[in-house]
Write a protein that binds this ligand. Structure first.
Ligand SMILES: [Mn+2]
Length: 417
């Protein structure tokens, strides 16, 4: 048994399970951290009860196999199945550091993502319902739920007959054939939302996000994170930077997110968490992050800036020049590009649902024109959309813009289909 070779292993039944007896033979098991439900036989439940005390290989050999309770083959298959579903865990191994909650309102009604089953590269949508990086308003944590509810309530379904969807409703000048092909070829999947225990520390959450980003990108998937506040982008980019070198970050935002203060620095020395207003400062310290291109910067809060060695600021009022020029060639061809999009890049008249609005941003149509110029033929390896705060929204106006932006950004993702 290759799995049972290492004498150090110690197996235990996951404590976050709910059992329901369905008949004499069958039980339903619900995994409380990801919402997944399984049917198992009563013998499996007996086995799980036995494993409620951590068991070593020696005990398994002595008390199950040697006495003929179960054959070695059957036990191996059963344990493999249970461990794959995180029902049985190996206490001595680094356990999966995060759980993703399964949903029935997947975005655009696309299929659920199963990491172990994915045979080709996918755009994987994951919600990060985390707003504690902003200490005055944490409402952005609601966005992953709000957008999925909104789309489900409006029966937005791109899981079939996408041939008949006319994406020109977003931007009639753009060519959406790539997006259509992504949907037709089932290359967009929704994994669900990261499970965040309400009492866990911010550091714990950031560690999970980092691991998640690293795991997805090492397999070549293109993650599309729905924030959440902007602090989540640091662990995401840290995860990507483990897999890609010479990363270029394209950052749409009214703010530079490099705010430093003596208080920040004091706590930073104590290894305290970063926040939504300084995630860029942390990213700049990552070796593989080569350039940070910041678009849309404006407002009194951005009067001071420093550390421009890796940063390139494109002030808000200069964006029209890029649109008029029709080209943006500051990123070498083929370089991996990560897009982080703060909804406050847009003028709050268009997108009011955000916690730190700054007037004077681009309109929606101007934004599409700019994206067409900047993102044309870029090697996009990941995307996030952050800082959408449903608490400040008006008639789901910002949710609708966020939807159009998600579709627009996905349309730029080039994949071999
Ligand atoms: Mn911002």
């Amino acid at each position: 048994m290759e799995m049972l070779v290492d004498k150090q292993l110690l197996f235990k039944t996951n404590t976050c399970l709910k059992y329901r007896k369905k008949s004499e033979q069958y039980y339903q098991i619900e995994h409380l951290l990801n919402g997944k439900v399984f049917m198992v036989g009563s013998q499996v439940v007996s086995l799980l009860k036995w494993f409620m005390i951590p068991r070593s290989i020696d005990e398994i050999e002595r008390d199950l196999i040697d006495v003929g309770k179960i054959s070695r083959e059957d036990l191996r298959e059963t344990m493999k199945m249970l461990m794959g579903k995180d029902i049985l865990v190996d206490l001595t191994q680094e356990n999966e550091a995060y759980h993703i909650g399964s949903l029935n309102n997947r975005i655009f009604n696309v299929e659920e993502f199963f990491p172990e089953k994915a045979t080709d590269n996918q755009i994987v949508v994951i919600g990060i319902p985390f707003g504690k990086g902003n200490n005055t308003s944490s409402g952005s944590a609601k966005f992953p739920f709000s957008i999925r509810d909104f789309l489900k309530n409006h029966l937005v379904d791109f899981s079939q007959n996408v041939e008949n969807v006319d994406f020109r409703f977003i931007n009639s000048k753009a060519d959406f054939s790539n997006l259509k092909n992504l949907f037709i070829n089932k290359r967009v999947k929704d994994w669900g939302n990261l499970f965040i225990y309400p009492q866990e520390s911010n550091q714990t959450t950031y560690q999970k996000i980092y691991q998640l980003s690293k795991d997805l990108t090492v397999k070549g998937h293109i993650p599309l994170f729905l924030g959440g506040d902007h602090s989540i982008s640091y662990p995401i980019i840290k995860g990507l930077a483990e897999n890609y070198q010479n990363l270029h970050i394209i950052h749409f935002d009214a703010h530079t997110d490099t705010y430093e203060s003596p208080i920040n620095k004091y706590f930073e020395e104590k290894n305290a968490a970063h926040h939504h207003g300084n995630f860029v400062s942390h990213c700049l310290k990552l070796k593989n992050v080569e350039h940070f291109h910041q678009f849309g910067i404006r407002g009194i809060m951005n009067a001071r800036y420093e550390n421009l060695s890796k940063r390139h600021i494109y002030w808000n009022d200069a964006l029209q020049e890029i649109i008029d020029r029709g080209s943006f060639d500051s990123i070498p061809e083929g370089s991996p590009v990560y897009i982080t999009f703060d909804i406050d890049f847009l003028d709050p008249a268009f997108a009011p649902g955000t916690a730190t609005p700054i007037a004077g941003g681009l309109s929606l149509n101007e934004t599409y024109k700019l994206l067409d110029v900047i993102l044309h033929q870029k090697n996009i390896v990941g995307i996030d959309l952050v800082e959408v705060n449903p608490d400040f929204d008006r008639d789901a106006q910002t949710i609708q813009i966020a939807t159009d932006l998600i579709l627009t950004l996905m349309n730029f993702v080039e994949m071999e289909l």
